[in-house]
Design a protein. Structure first.
Length: 272
């Protein structure tokens, strides 16, 4: 009922998943920065998530963790599982998963699906992953998920999708969770998940130090005028910008004495 990809980029790990199933993101993915990631699906055994991460933390390889999980499970033939750690990727498909069901794995990925229109879904996902080297992990995962969706995906249709990525210190307030986004019920969940990811980057993306514009001269004059149009007036431009950004949710992009061009564009658009 699901197709997913588990991937790695250095110490960052992530899962992207889609299904004709309500809120698939609540069941399938588990990720821990600098350790590994897991996707459990088909008749998903949710204990695979904490137990699998526990096996990895104890030093098991991806393949060994998958074996420990499935051999201890009486329902293993109904399960599907993907694991990636520093040891590489591993995928498992039980013999009683509904057709088409199967997966592929490599050094930094595991791709799997069941109740698919055919093997071409997994093949397209693998091609998208291997051809996107150099892109941020979240977008490599989305590229693979999108390729699977375009290839037909779940043969029953579309309903939900999710993206979970963890990277040390990359999340809000220094947390490790870089992306935790879900589309729980939508007629086009994979494109909607990409839209949410791009929106996340708009609000929480790290501004380029080289691209920051000093709040001086014409830039400062424009920013002051734009803020005044939105009802923010006063002598301290940094304070005015901070007040606006706090209400518009752009405070993560602020740097004292300068302005991120992304923030300036949002001001020009009159974002409140």
């Amino acid at each position: 009922m699901t197709f997913s990809i588990v991937g790695r980029d250095g110490d960052a790990y992530g899962v992207a998943v889609a299904s004709k199933f309500l809120a698939v993101g609540s069941a399938v993915p588990a990720v821990r920065a600098a350790l590994g990631a897991i996707a459990t699906q088909a008749y998903a055994n949710l204990s695979y998530r904490p137990d699998g991460l526990g096996h990895l933390a104890e030093g098991s390889s991806s393949a060994a963790a998958a074996m420990l999980l499935t051999t201890a499970d009486e329902g293993q033939m109904h399960r599907q599982l993907g694991i990636v750690s520093a040891s590489g990727g591993c995928t498992f498909t039980g013999s009683e998963c509904h057709a088409w069901a199967g997966g592929v794995a490599g050094d930094d990925y595991a791709i799997q699906g069941n109740i698919l229109v055919g093997e071409q879904v997994v093949t397209a996902m693998e091609q998208a992953w291997t051809s996107s080297t150099g892109q941020p992990l979240a977008y490599r995962l989305l590229a693979a998920l999108g390729a699977g969706d375009q290839a037909g995906g779940d043969r029953r249709g579309r309903q939900s999708a999710a993206l979970l990525v963890a990277r040390p210190g990359a999340g809000y307030g220094g947390d490790d969770v870089e992306y935790d986004l879900r589309v729980d019920d939508h007629d086009q969940p994979v494109p909607e998940l990409r839209r949410l990811t791009e929106l996340h980057d708009l609000y929480f993306g790290e501004p380029s130090a080289e691209g920051l514009l000093p709040l001086q001269g014409a830039v400062a004059d424009e920013v002051r005028e734009l803020l005044a149009r939105l009802g923010h007036e006063g002598p301290d431009l940094d304070a005015l910008l901070d007040t606006w950004a706090s209400s518009a949710n752009f405070e993560m992009r602020l740097r004292p004495g300068s302005i991120d061009p992304v923030v300036l564009e949002q001001l020009r658009l009159g974002r409140t």
